[in-house]
Structure formats: C-alpha cells, structure tokens
Ligand binder design. Structure first.
Ligand code: URA
Length: 434
C-alpha cells in the first residue's frame, strides 16, 4: 500500500477501507508516514469527508494506537462524561461527586491542555497537596473504595490523536466533522468506560457556534459510540455566555463547592442535574431521569455529595478541610471592580473575551510549559438579560499584578454589550440526543 495512492483515492471522493485507514494511522503514529503526506490527506478528508463507516474505522484505529484502559476490575457500569469545552465550565467538579454519591463508579482521565483556564486537573490542584500522579492500581482501588478517582491522561492514550491534532491545528483542517468525532471519541473509548454522556456546547464560546452544527457533531459522536458498543447520550447546552459566574481555577473550584453546598448558580446546578440524571440512568442506578434527578437533588441538599468530594480530594493527597472552607483556597492579592457605565440590560457577553481576560491574568496556558496562576480570574456579577444601572459592578477581576489587572478590566468591559430592552434569554439545555 502506498500513502500517495490513498491520498489520491480520497482526493477523488472515494471511500477508504478499514485496512487503508489502519495502515495510514499506524504508519503516521510510528513516524513512517511524513507530515506532508498526512497534511495532504487531512485536506482531502476536509473537502471530501468521511462517511459513518470510515469514521468508525478511523476512531478505532486511533483508539488502538496506544493503551486501552481495562476497567473491568471495577464493579458496575462505568460512565464517563465529556464536554466539548467552554468558558467557566467546572461541571466535572460538581457532577462527579454527585453521581458517585449514588454509586455510579467514576474512573476519569482528565487533561491539562491549553486554554483560558487550566483543565480539571489544574483546577483540582488548588487544593493543597492534591495530585493525580497515581498508579493504575491506586486509581482502580480508589474507584472501588470511594467511588471516584481522576488521573492525568497518559502519553500513551490515543497517541495518534496527539500527533494528528497538532497537525490539524497548523494545516487548517480542524473543522471537519469526521476528524473532530474521531479525535474526541478515540480518547473516550480508550479511557475504558461502558457508557458516555457528552456535553456538546453551542454558542459564541464554543467550538460549534450554531445549534445545527452542535447537533450534527453530537449525532456523529453518539453514532460512533453506539457502533463501538457503548451506551451514549449527548446533551446540547448553551455556551453563548460563561457557565456560572466564576472563570479562573481556584475561583471555579469555589463556585463548584458552593454548588455542592446547594448555593451555586442556577445554570451550573441545572446542567449538572441534567448530565447527572443521564449518567445515573446509564449506570443502572435509577429507572428513569426523573427519579435520578430527585436522588441527585437529595445528595446535594443533605451534604452527601460535598462529603464525597472531600473523600476524593483526601484520597489523592489533598486537604479535605478546604472543601468545607473554600476561603482557604489560593486567593489573589487584589480585586478590581468593573462598572456597567450604562442604564439598561446586559445584551451579550462574548465568552471568548472573558476567557482571554483570564489568560491575560495568568489563569491559563498559551504554551504547554506555561505555569498557571491558580488564584486569578474573573467573577461576573451580571449576566445576559440582567438589568444594570451605570454604577453597578458587572464583574470583579482577581489579579496579582496591578498593570495586568488594569488591562484585564478594560478587556473584560469590551466583552459586554448593553441594550435598552430586556433581551430573550438563550435556553440552557437545547436538545438531548440518544
Ligand atoms: N477536541 C478534541 O479533542 N478534538 C477535536 O478535534 C476538537 C476538540
């Protein structure tokens, strides 16, 4: 088989076979197929697309390019959750202890990655002593004992995706449904869960800007998951403004804890209850979403989920007392209030600009080697549709550097637009696909 023949085949609009896809993924992962040939192939796929069968084969070949986790020693149906990513998305921090409280085993691999804030693992490192460099045995033991464990994504999980994603990023070939689907699903399938709940974000702060595109991506991922023998549900949720109020690592942890204490923002709580209900039903711990939801509301209300979170933090070296005293988490040295300067309503908040403000303050990474400042970020005070007076504070900047704080306040102000009439609120949960 020659790579150049496969490139021509796809260029001319033909399907690639299972063997051809496996040859291409294996060859590229091993370094036998050069970047220039794979770049040409990616561009051919972008223009000619892959059908559902080709996408399954691509996903499986990428999954099999590295380790595939065996979670069979953990009793019960293992359900994983994946978010396509957004600003202020701290859902995993709330959701995992909620469902673990109902006996849903949570064995999760999470990332750090690049972005406006850190990933779940960075956020969790706000707890003194918390770490994820545990052995596979410890990881499995913790899930069996306390019902929840989170581990860093190993280099050997879907290595083909790591190489391909880096190449897509610099060749203008990220935006193709089959490539996005296989990229996300190869990692999820390799992480070993029996069932997967996807939170597919849509809106100005998401990868998918329109509901139509988000539904297409969700349907494609659900289809691949089912064809690979997994139970699947996808929730299409709004990302036209940040989720909750806090953006920044320790600030988001604080908001997650407040939500576990029953005092969190309504949108975050609602999304966690929706995703959690589906996870609980897929795990066989409730007969339907309504009874799952009632059980989840109870563990939030009676403190069980909060205690579960503390057990998890302690089991991975963290200080459990900080869960009950979030004011002891890392805090910035200064705060700056941003005023509305307008009488009316918040019309829109451009998520990306809020994210970029966090990045400017040092809350995220531009390059892999960047060190994150866990204490900085933004706490919004007003969200879309809220009434404002000129002197109202719309957001508070948490900074450790006066100059950066000033720039951040200016940047954040530009993320807001105002209007005279109250705007229609976007629906948080737009669609469920299963
Ligand atoms: N996230 C991924 O992991 N892969 C993509 O292709 C897009 C988003």
């Amino acid at each position: 088989m020659l790579m150049v023949d496969l490139i021509k085949k796809k260029r001319d609009g033909h399907r690639l076979s299972k063997q051809e896809i496996e040859y291409m993924v294996e060859g590229y992962t091993k370094g036998e197929i050069p970047d220039y040939q794979m770049s040409a192939m990616l561009m051919a796929i972008l223009f000619r697309h892959m059908d559902a069968d080709e996408t399954v084969q691509l996903t499986l070949a990428m999954m099999n390019s590295g380790d595939v986790l065996d979670l069979s020693s953990i009793k019960g149906i293992k359900v994983d959750k994946h978010s396509t990513g957004g600003v202020g998305d701290k859902t995993s921090l709330v959701l995992t202890p909620m469902v673990a409280s109902l006996g849903v085993p949570v064995a999760k691999m999470s990332g750090r990655g690049l972005g406006h804030t850190g990933g779940t693992i960075d956020k969790l490192e706000s707890f003194t002593g918390f770490h994820t460099d545990i052995t596979n045995e410890q990881f499995l033991q913790n899930v069996s004992k306390i019902g929840i464990s989170i581990m860093g994504q190993t280099a050997d999980l879907a290595p083909a995706d790591k190489k391909l994603y880096a190449l897509r990023d610099v060749t203008g070939t990220v935006d193709e449904m089959s490539l996005i689907t296989s990229s996300i699903m190869s990692k999820k399938l390799a992480a070993g869960a029996d069932a997967i709940v996807l939170d597919v974000k849509c809106g100005n702060g998401a990868f998918m800007k329109t509901e139509e595109d988000a539904v297409k991506l969700a349907e494609s991922m659900v289809d691949i998951g089912k064809r690979s023998g997994r139970n699947m549900v996808a929730v299409i949720s709004d990302m036209d403004q940040p989720l909750g109020y806090a953006v920044g690592n320790a600030l988001e942890v604080q908001e997650a804890i407040n939500t576990l204490m029953g005092k969190g923002p309504e949108d975050l709580r609602e999304l966690c209850l929706t995703l959690g209900s589906h996870m609980t039903v897929l795990a066989g711990k409730a007969d339907n979403e309504a009874s799952a939801r009632a059980a989840l509301e109870k563990v939030l209300q009676d403190g069980t989920a909060l205690d579960k979170f503390a057990d998890f933090i302690e089991a991975q070296g963290g200080d459990r007392e900080q869960v009950y005293h979030p004011e002891t988490l890392p805090a910035s040295s200064m705060t700056i209030e941003v005023k509305a300067g307008y009488d009316g309503y918040v019309e829109k908040i451009v998520c990306e600009e809020v994210g970029n403000t966090s990045l400017l303050l040092g809350g995220g990474r531009r390059n892999k080697a960047d060190v994150i400042d866990l204490s900085v970020g933004i706490v919004l005070q007003k969200k879309t549709g809220d009434a404002v007076k000129a002197d109202d504070t719309i957001a508070v900047i948490h900074a450790n550097d006066a100059q950066k704080g000033k720039e951040a306040a200016e940047k954040l102000y530009k993320a807001y637009t105002f209007c005279r009439e109250k705007p229609e609120a976007e629906k948080l949960i737009k669609k469920i696909i299963q």
